[in-house]
Design a protein around this ligand. Structure first.
Ligand SMILES: [Zn+2]
Length: 376
């Protein structure tokens, strides 16, 4: 029996094995140049029909230990279908107790979204007559940062930005983008047709490519938490934000959606910009309308369980949505999906999943259409 993780977005360290008991001790390694840790993704081979105990012994020392409460790990035999496996968290140790029925099985914190799939998505999208793909800069390690422009810019059209995966371990964010894009590029979808008449979209499906490949939870390869870099991004430390923000300055914006995953809460929810200086009646009304319409059109979305609201003037202005709401005076929303499940509509077998993230991504176009005419 062997454990490996030296592949795209792999993360685990082998500590020891008790061969008689099929019991492994493992450790999650820290993000590149930073102390964050939580994402794991590894492969177990040679264990078909043997009941194994995989104990992640430093789970209690991860960034969000609350994330392991009522959490079930994801596993896959074919790297397409990710199902949940029995998992417990006791005394700081996360233990997966599982008898694989095949000789190779992958485990991950959430269904991984690979770099190859990322490139496939970008290239499939660019075949659409509505799309133009642009490399707008390079990551810390020199990889291309891709942006998709959807629809032709025209005077009086609204400008809508959607970015995802500033935090690379939040792979559900890129599944969300995949679902949103496939609907937006569906020429038969009436919502998408109307949206592309009214707006041009700029989409960055993966803000943190280096961190995704490295198997990080929150950091880029330089060690930056990109969602704390929006006030003063630098070409040297946070080029991913630097280049994207420059592009935003070029295009302007009337709406931005920044897509994330949350370790603790088993719900989909939105965090808005109520704490920024200059927050006004317009932003409050638009947030309420957007959230209300999304709840009406997708039972997977809710507004009861969410982050505590910021007090006026006390927002963290280094966050993307706060910084952009302030910079452009526009509606700016952080979308959070769970790693665990949606407790309002639980699914024992799969929990919150890649598929459900895609569907939620497609559904977000409804509230966008609902508010589009009034975006300032
Ligand atoms: Zn995040």
């Amino acid at each position: 029996m062997k454990i490996t993780s030296n592949f795209d977005s792999g993360n685990i360290e082998f500590v020891s094995i008790d061969v008689k008991k099929n019991a492994f001790k493992l450790k999650i390694r820290k993000d590149t140049n930073s102390d964050f840790l939580q994402w794991f993704h590894f492969r177990l081979t040679g264990a078909a029909d043997r009941r194994c105990k995989l104990a992640i012994i430093n789970a209690g020392k991860t960034t969000y230990p609350i994330g392991w409460k009522n959490y079930q790990a994801c596993a896959s035999y074919d790297r397409e279908e990710w199902f949940r496996v029995p998992t417990t968290f006791r005394n700081g140790i996360l233990t997966i107790d599982f008898k694989p029925s095949h000789n190779s099985v992958y485990f991950a914190y959430f269904a991984p979204y690979s770099y190859e799939r990322h490139l496939d998505m970008i290239h499939e999208a660019q075949l659409s007559p509505d799309v133009s793909m642009e490399v707008i800069g390079k990551t810390f390690l020199g990889r291309d940062i891709e942006m998709l422009q959807i629809g032709k810019p025209r005077k009086n059209k609204k400008v809508i930005w959607v970015i995802a995966r500033q935090h690379p371990g939040e792979s559900m964010a890129e599944w969300f983008i995949e679902g949103m894009l496939s609907r937006l590029l569906d020429e038969d979808d009436p919502v998408s047709r109307r949206l592309l008449k009214e707006a041009v979209f700029y989409v960055v499906p993966n803000m943190n490519i280096d961190g995704s490949i490295a198997g990080n939870l929150r950091s880029s390869a330089s060690g930056a938490n990109l969602n704390r870099e929006w006030q003063k991004p630098t070409k040297k430390y946070s080029p991913e934000v630097y280049f994207v923000r420059n592009k935003m300055d070029e295009t302007g914006m009337n709406l931005i959606l920044d897509v994330h995953g949350d370790e603790g809460l088993p719900y989909n929810f939105i965090a808005a910009s109520e704490g920024i200086p200059g927050y006004d009646e317009y932003l409050a009304t638009m947030e309420t309308r957007f959230i209300g319409h999304w709840m009406e059109t997708s039972p997977d979305f809710q507004d009861t369980h969410k982050y505590p609201l910021d007090h006026f003037g006390e927002a963290n202005m280094t966050l993307c949505t706060n910084a952009m709401a302030h910079r452009f005076g526009c509606l700016a929303l952080t979308i959070e999906m769970p790693f665990k499940d949606n407790a309002d509509l639980p699914d024992k077998e799969y929990g919150w999943s890649d598929k459900r993230s895609r569907l939620l991504g497609a559904s977000v176009l409804n509230p966008v259409l609902h508010v589009i005419k009034d975006l300032r």
